[in-house]
Design a protein around this ligand. Structure first.
Ligand code: NAP
Length: 244
């Protein structure tokens, strides 16, 4: 089903995990896709592996100049950006009492500031073209909190308010802004969980398993499509029932 035919999508962190699954699905649905990550070689290799029309860029989303250059480069290459998926993210866990300023700042700059820079940059073109779809990858941790992740929780919770404010601001220009909140998903980000932590987490998931990137990507693709024209400002969990 080519529901993203003729669309240009910028997917941050599309080189691994949830972003890679998303980019692969978007390309299969006919979108022209731009992905980015900090590691240029990985971005280029991922773009080639994804196939279709997919271009990889090196960009650190926590840097306002790099994000502005990225959006300018994608707009120049494809003449528009119709869809932005804010997926790039990282964690640097630690208990509050031991959390270093650097850990706090790095997570907030990447997971929250980066989304602001990208949304600001793409929204100019989206307003002009009277069309846009912005989907941000938050987390259930931004809704429920998680011990050892006060920095990550603050950033992901911040994204919820940011999403709703942008949704209100951009709705009159036919731009929707939504947030997807995954639970535990098997990616590099969660690969170093201890067996005890994993077992404890699985006990709390009604569906009895962790998620895969391919469990999250279809919702992002739907929210990015024309079929989701009447959904904005929504926060939608993909968590195996964890939040019930
Ligand atoms: P992942 O496998 O570690 O992939 C992270 C991606 O983000 C990579 O492509 C990485 O590329 C990129 N990235 C990280 N920092 C970046 C930066 N400063 N600038 C540009 N790109 C950057 O993680 P994932 O699990 O797929 O996570 C994707 C999103 O889902 C994140 O926002 C995460 O918070 C969220 N999420 C994940 C889970 C989970 O259980 N896995 C649950 C809830 C939410 P480079 O390393 O090359 O920069």
């Amino acid at each position: 089903m080519n529901t993203l035919e003729d669309k240009v999508a910028l997917i941050t962190g599309g080189t691994r995990g949830i972003g890679l699954a998303c980019a692969t699905l978007f390309a299969a649905q006919g979108a022209r896709v731009a992905i980015c990550g900090r590691d240029e070689a990985r971005a280029l290799a991922a773009a080639e592996a994804i196939g279709g029309v997919c271009v990889g860029y090196a960009c650190d989303v926590s840097d306002p100049e790099q994000t502005a250059s990225l959006v300018a480069a994608v707009e120049k290459r494809f003449e528009a950006v119709h869809i932005l998926v804010n997926n790039a993210g990282m964690a640097s866990d630690g208990l509050l009492i031991r959390m270093k300023n650097e850990q706090w700042n790095e997570v907030l700059r990447t997971n929250l500031d980066g989304v602001f820079y990208l949304c600001r940059a793409v929204s100019r073109g989206m307003v002009r073209q009277r069309y846009g779809r912005i989907v941000t990858v938050g987390s259930v941790v931004g809704i429920h909190g998680q011990a050892g992740q006060c920095n990550y929780a603050a950033a992901k919770a911040g994204l919820i308010g940011f999403t709703k404010a942008c949704a209100r601001e951009l709705a009159p220009r036919n731009i929707t802004v939504n947030l997807v909140a995954p639970g535990l998903v098997e990616t590099d980000m969660t690969a170093d969980m201890t067996p005890a932590m994993r077992e404890e987490a699985l006990k709390r998931i009604p569906l009895g398993r962790s998620g895969l990137p391919e469990d999250v990507a279809p919702l992002i693709a739907f929210l990015a499509s024309d079929q989701a024209a009447y959904i904005t400002g929504a926060v939608i969990p993909v968590d195996g029932g964890l939040g019930m």
